[in-house]
Design a protein. Structure first.
Lengths: 252, 152
């Protein structure tokens, strides 16, 4: 009896073991049949992630910039000033990079002024920010100040005025300002750090307040040796006469 | 009860969890550096800063390292679950997340080598840790499919 019971128990155990192995074999087969499609799905998800990443992180399309038609000689550049520090006459130009008349002044009058008065050492030109036409005016002024940190303000100034296109319509978007920074050869890491530095934006706002106190009410406005403001784009001969008069007065 | 035994499962689970944890730390470090605007410590090797400040270091304004941290956290959870509970789905999840990460890691390495032109040692370390964890998961999965032959 005991031996018979023991045999039955052993048989029962063997049956249970066999069922367990069969169950695991079935599970294993199920796993095997699932693993391939799941693996394909996993690789597909990874590939979709790559495609999404490639699309969304693609570098911006190349920015199409106008090359400046004038090129300010930068040998005498001193930040936002141009010309000898001891020049007898100082000509301040209050300007907004978005203002079309300022662009006209920069492209037509400034080259003449520079060749006839600045390069000979008679006049020191000082660019004064009067950024009043909106956010892109401020952004452009900040970017130009960042260029000034590397003494490339005047090259940047030429690029800005060559790329005017309406007001606050993207001509001076961050991407285009950055492209101009690259075009004039700025250290782009330093440029990005400078753009993010709130002190430059504050300096632009402070310059506006200072200009208000002159008082400046529109751009461009020119001031010779702190005298009476000349509003708008002057006739070159009249401006030349005023500068000659200032030089004569300074020479006395 | 388990192919290779519970001891083997614990060993593999622990190894997967350790690799996922290390990967998580690396990804969190890179994400923190990116979010705080700092520079990763790169030792004598250059390139970490170049890679971490490139346009490819973020996706829609979110640091890419943060996605890596999420994936590694998920693998870590699955590995720990497998290690402690022996749940088959957890092992499968660790395997699949690792597998889905591989094309992405390959693409990022391609960008480093051929587009950015700089190698970030942290990124390479992260990739190796993920690949290591995936290999362990794969080996464990294949090992579990080896069923002993039924007694004759």
């Amino acid at each position: 009896m005991t031996k018979g019971t023991s045999t039955r128990q052993e048989r029962r155990r063997a049956e249970l073991e066999q069922r367990r192995v069969q169950r695991r074999t079935r599970q294993s087969q199920q796993q095997r049949s699932l693993l391939l499609p799941l693996s394909i799905a996993g690789v597909a998800i990874g590939a979709i992630a790559v495609i999404a990443f490639a699309v969304f992180s693609a570098p911006p399309a190349a920015v199409d910039l106008n090359e400046p038609t004038v090129s300010t000689p930068v040998g005498l550049a001193d930040g936002q000033a141009l010309g000898a520090a001891d020049a007898p006459v100082t000509l301040e130009i209050y300007s907004d990079f978005q203002c079309p008349a300022c662009g006209t002044l920069a492209r037509s009058l400034e080259p003449l002024l520079i060749s006839e008065y600045v390069t000979p050492g008679n006049v020191r030109l000082v660019y004064r920010d009067f950024a009043f036409l909106g956010q892109e005016s401020i952004d452009a002024a900040v970017a130009a100040r960042c260029a000034a940190r590397e003494n490339r303000f005047w090259q940047y100034h030429d690029y800005l005025f060559a790329n005017q296109s309406g007001e606050n319509r993207g001509a001076f978007s961050a991407g285009r300002l950055s492209a101009m920074a690259e075009a004039v050869g700025l250290d782009m890491d330093a440029y990005r750090a400078c753009i993010a530095d709130p002190t430059e934006a504050q300096a632009v706002l402070d310059a506006r307040e200072t200009a208000d106190s002159v008082p400046i009410s529109s751009t461009p406005t020119l001031v010779i040796d702190g005298g009476q403001p000349i509003v708008g784009v002057p006739d070159y001969n009249e401006l030349s006469a005023a500068l000659d008069a200032a030089l004569a007065a300074g020479g006395e | 009860m388990l192919a290779g035994g519970a001891g083997e499962r614990r060993r593999d689970g622990l190894l997967m969890a350790a690799l996922a944890f290390a990967a998580l730390l690396v990804a969190l470090y890179l994400a923190a550096v990116k979010l705080t605007g700092g520079s990763p410590v790169c030792g004598p090797l250059a390139g970490c800063d170049t890679v971490n400040s490139s346009i490819y270091s973020e996706l829609l304004g979110v640091p890419v390292a943060l996605f890596g941290a999420l994936a590694s956290a998920a693998v870590l959870g699955a590995a720990v679950w497998w290690w402690i509970r022996g749940a088959r789905w957890a092992l499968l999840a660790a395997y699949l997340i690792g597998l889905a990460s591989l094309p992405f890691l390959a693409y990022l390495t391609y960008l480093e080598l051929f587009v950015i032109g700089a190698i970030c040692v942290w990124c390479v370390t992260y990739a190796l840790l993920v690949i290591g964890g995936w290999l362990v998961a794969t080996a464990t999965l294949i090992g579990r499919r080896r069923i002993p032959a039924p007694p004759s």
